[in-house]
Design a protein around this ligand. Structure first.
Ligand code: FPP
Length: 247
């Protein structure tokens, strides 16, 4: 089916609010072509922009989050880390205007404090310049991990308790959710993982309690607008009960 046909089909049914993507397979994409892993990341960055632009332009859904750097990714070789940082900086410096033109509001989720200063400045600038975007909240999870997210909320709750602003019995699920860094976004309805592995790898934990998953063998640099639509179509065929029995 053509892209236009698929678009029409998914638009006819309820769409998710928040789609999150685990972009896996950059290294394998490069290796299969005899290229350095870094080339896979470069192509992966192009895919990120292509997909975000498509979602914003088509106003497919209002929240898109991509997992670009996890709290575990620090264990990679230094040259790969340096490359990823410079790629992210280049992305922030050179693509914010294009994002803004497409009504994209860029946000960062995670702890940027260990990143190089020039990267943090570029990200801050891009976030500030795109703050008015109305078509899509595009969140890049950077130095993010689900366990870090839950731990951050626990620490905030303890701070509030210590300063007498919150009693233990007042800490409800709703309140705890508000304290999560990831809680500023609606819970993801759909998590897509490319690259063939079927695991969460410490992405959203608390927020993914009722998330639907879509796993594909496609390596991230090869991921297309069409496959995004196929994932949405698959999602639309699911029955979501949220633990309840359907009336
Ligand atoms: C996983 O592939 C990918 C990453 C850890 C990095 C993701 C980064 C990008 C897509 C580029 C920059 C992002 C933005 C937002 C501009 P892998 O290296 O683990 O692949 P492998 O499993 O094949 O080794």
């Amino acid at each position: 089916m053509s892209l236009a046909g698929l678009l029409e089909e998914v638009r006819a049914r309820p769409l998710p609010q928040h789609v999150a993507i685990i972009m896996d397979g950059n290294g394998r994409w490069a290796k299969a072509r005899g290229l350095p892993r870094t080339e896979g990341h470069r192509r992966g960055a192009d895919t990120v922009e292509r997909i975000a632009r498509f979602v914003a332009k088509e106003k497919l859904f209002p929240y898109l989050t991509v997992f670009a750097f996890s709290t575990e990714n620090w264990d990679r070789p230094k040259n790969e880390l340096d490359f990823l940082f410079s790629l992210l900086e280049e992305f922030a410096r050179t693509r914010w205007e294009e994002l803004r033109k497409n009504g994209v509001q860029l946000r960062i989720l995670g702890d940027p404090s260990p990143f190089p200063k020039s990267l943090r400045e570029a990200l801050d600038h891009a976030v500030a310049q795109t703050a008015g975007g109305q078509n899509l909240v595009f969140t890049v999870a950077l130095n993010f991990g689900g366990r870090w997210d839950v731990l951050s909320a626990a620490r905030r709750a303890m701070e509030l308790a210590r300063s007498g602003k919150l009693a233990p019995e007042e800490l409800s699920l709703e309140k705890f959710r508000e304290l999560l860094p990831g809680g500023a976004l609606p819970d993801p309805d759909l998590i897509i993982r490319t690259g063939g592995h079927q695991r969460l790898s410490n992405f959203f934990l608390f927020e993914a309690a009722y998330t639907e998953f879509y796993f594909t063998k496609t390596l991230w640099p090869d991921f297309t607008e069409e496959e995004l639509l196929l994932a949405l179509k698959d999602f639309q065929g699911r029955t979501r009960n949220f633990g309840k029995v359907r009336a």
